[in-house]
Design a protein around this ligand. Structure first.
Ligand code: B4P
Length: 193
């Protein structure tokens, strides 16, 4: 088979429920590892901010806590990866959220080195997101959207975590407690990489 475009790069998928600290911890990891951090949520919000017709559709799905179109997500992600030819590794945050996305990525871009999985109880996640909602201005940080996002995560994304777990490729971090403690536990996952 022809070599995949990112075959020789470290590719870590960062998964966890909404509010599990993916973005927060990735910001720390970037400082320590010098890898590129690409969040599909951020890439989609940038598209929304452009005010395009596509952006309007994306915003409506995100507010409903739904998955947005896989094609759009894959295109944005691939372009963002191609824009970082210098990066020794990628933290791919909030992706893949469905088995379909996981299969498409590994078939066309590269092989996931491991999944970094942040686990936390639903009430912890909800409390964090409601707090962020006081200032974030995000259309999806309200009680109704949060409940829908949690349900979507359990239904669509936990099967992805289970799939990689069976394959021995999940490193789990309990994401309750202080940001600093969680960072220390997270860094330990990168010891052998
Ligand atoms: P995301 O942007 O990925 O949103 P998220 O799950 O809320 O994670 P985020 O990174 O923002 O929050 P974090 O946990 O760091 O996705 C948004 C939407 O985009 C999805 O619902 C979906 O519609 C769409 N989407 C994204 N990717 C997609 C894909 N691949 N396919 C299809 N659709 C996709 O932090 C949350 C808050 O907790 C912050 O305020 C933070 O300060 C706080 N916090 C973090 N750690 C803490 C700690 N230890 N203690 C206290 N507070 C903490």
């Amino acid at each position: 088979a022809a070599q995949l475009p990112f075959a020789n790069r470290k590719l870590v998928f960062v998964l966890g429920g909404p509010g599990s600290g993916k973005g927060t911890q990735c910001a720390e990891l970037v400082k320590r590892l010098g890898w590129a951090h690409l969040s599909t949520g951020d890439l989609l919000r940038e598209e929304v901010a452009r005010g395009s017709e596509l952006g309007k559709r994306l915003e409506a799905d995100m507010k409903e806590g739904k998955m947005v179109s896989m094609e759009v997500t894959m295109d944005l992600l691939r372009a963002a990866m191609e824009a970082r030819p210098d990066a020794p590794g990628f933290l791919i945050d909030g992706f893949p959220r469905t088995m379909e996305q996981a299969e498409m990525f590994e078939r066309t871009l590269g092989t996931c080195t491991f999944v970094l999985f942040f686990s936390a109880a639903h009430d912890v996640l909800t409390t964090r997101l409601l707090k962020r909602g006081e200032t974030s201005g995000r259309a999806d940080d309200n009680a109704e959207s949060i409940a829908k996002r949690l349900r979507t995560f359990d239904d669509m994304s936990m099967p992805v975590v289970q799939f990689f777990k069976k394959d021995g490729r999940v490193r789990e971090v309990v994401s309750e407690g202080s940001v600093e403690d969680i960072t220390n536990r997270t860094m330990a996952c990168f010891d052998a990489v």
